[in-house]
Design a protein. Structure first.
Length: 94
């Protein structure tokens, strides 16, 4: 499965780009949108480290499931930066 990683500075248009390019049967992982859904806070709000740990665990679960996925066309992963843990999680994926 193809994994599209879209990363850049906050408010640089990552989410907008994904919304404009996502296809049918594709999945989006958006750290900021998950944070908002889990905490009812505004995007880019300062959050407790514990909240970010939950969101990163969700990302890791998505990447794990993507390795077995056969029905989705692609996954879009939105992030402000690509750290070591994310790079390792992406190893072996397109």
């Amino acid at each position: 499965m193809k994994v599209n990683v879209v990363y850049g500075a906050p408010c640089s248009g990552k989410t907008t780009y994904c919304r404009e390019h996502i296809g049918k049967n594709e999945l989006v992982y958006d750290h900021d949108e998950l944070a908002r859904a889990l905490t009812y806070t505004e995007p880019h709000a300062k959050r407790a480290d514990a909240v970010n740990r939950y969101i990163v665990r969700i990302r890791n679960m998505v990447l794990e499931e993507v390795r077995k996925e056969t029905e989705l066309g692609a996954v879009w992963l939105i992030s402000t930066w690509i750290g070591k843990e994310l790079r390792e999680g992406l190893e072996g994926l397109d």
